[in-house]
Design a protein around this ligand. Structure first.
Ligand SMILES: Nc1ncnc2c1ncn2[C@@H]1O[C@H](COP(=O)(O)OP(=O)(O)OP(=O)(O)O)[C@@H](O)[C@H]1O
Ligand SMILES: [Mg+2]
Length: 251
């Protein structure tokens, strides 16, 4: 379980101290997915960076299975919005990079490598550079890099927002298939209500900055792209939109 307990954070800026996270409390069970949705600038990326161990200046507790999350101890896959690929490295090197950094010298298990590449349909792209493949393919490479490490925690910051609508739906389905295979505990940031309902087993709606959890709900509709047009799906989507509308209003 990932447990966020009274997480508070402030960033120092030229204008002074900027409160960003205000008492975030949330629990995500092992193997679950939590989607975070909230107004632009409310603090979502900051929260991801804290869980990833990139930002350490916060108060409160960020625990994984009861222990303080530590990138040295836990394997954390982080897919930033731009996929985080190195343009001067071939696709195959980009995929193995996370593994090489984390597992230092341990050989990559060939059967998991082949299985993952075939599941993502990127076997033919290995020799290319990121600039020679499409956005959707880059996203697949980012997912391959993260899943190859068999992370304890997967963090995705608006992973599909730069993709066109059709590619986005395709990639959401690819992600769900991978998640169903590996069941990695995932935190995902999105600004789309539809994506939150599709991918969030749990959905946390955040307020405007400094972000606090306006509402956390369990979502039985998640994980089924075919449910997109169903009434209950659309109802929840609309409920989230309304909450987001309120979240943007000044207090
Ligand atoms: N390095 C930084 N220095 C100063 N202020 C920052 C820094 N990074 C972010 N901020 C500010 O902190 C607040 C939260 O930023 P954050 O990136 O977490 O928001 P977000 O919810 O991810 O927004 P978006 O939906 O637009 O990606 C914003 O007001 C932003 O301007
Ligand atoms: Mg952000």
């Amino acid at each position: 379980m990932i447990s966020l307990e009274r997480v508070n954070a402030a960033l120092s800026t030229e204008q002074g101290i900027l409160p960003v996270l205000d008492n975030i409390n949330l629990q995500v069970p092992d193997g679950g997915i939590c989607a975070f949705i909230g107004p632009s600038g409310c603090g979502k990326s900051t929260l991801m960076k804290i869980v990833a161990g990139i930002l350490q200046n916060y108060r409160g507790q960020v625990l994984f299975r009861g222990e303080r999350i530590d990138p040295k101890k836990h394997t954390i896959g982080f897919i930033p919005q731009n996929y985080g690929l190195l343009p001067w490295r071939r696709v195959k090197e980009n995929i193995s990079l996370g593994w090489r950094v984390k597992k230092r010298g341990m050989p990559i298990e060939q059967s998991s490598w082949r299985k993952l590449l075939s599941q993502l349909g990127i076997e033919s792209l290995l020799e290319r550079y990121p600039g020679e493949i499409s956005g959707g393919q880059q996203q697949r490479v980012g997912l391959a890099r993260a899943f190859l490490m068999q992370p304890d925690i997967l963090l995705m910051d608006e992973p599909f927002s730069a993709l066109d609508a059709i590619t986005r739906e395709e990639m959401q389905a690819v992600f769900l298939e991978l998640w169903q295979t590996y069941h990695v505990t995932t935190l995902l940031v999105t600004h789309q209500a539809e994506e939150a309902v599709l991918l969030g087993q749990k959905i946390a709606v955040l307020s405007a900055r400094p972000a606090h959890v306006l509402k956390a709900l369990d979502n039985p509709l998640f994980g089924n792209p075919a449910a997109r047009r169903e009434e209950s799906f659309i109802r929840l989507e609309n409920e989230l939109r309304q909450l987001l509308g309120k979240a943007k209003e000044p207090l």
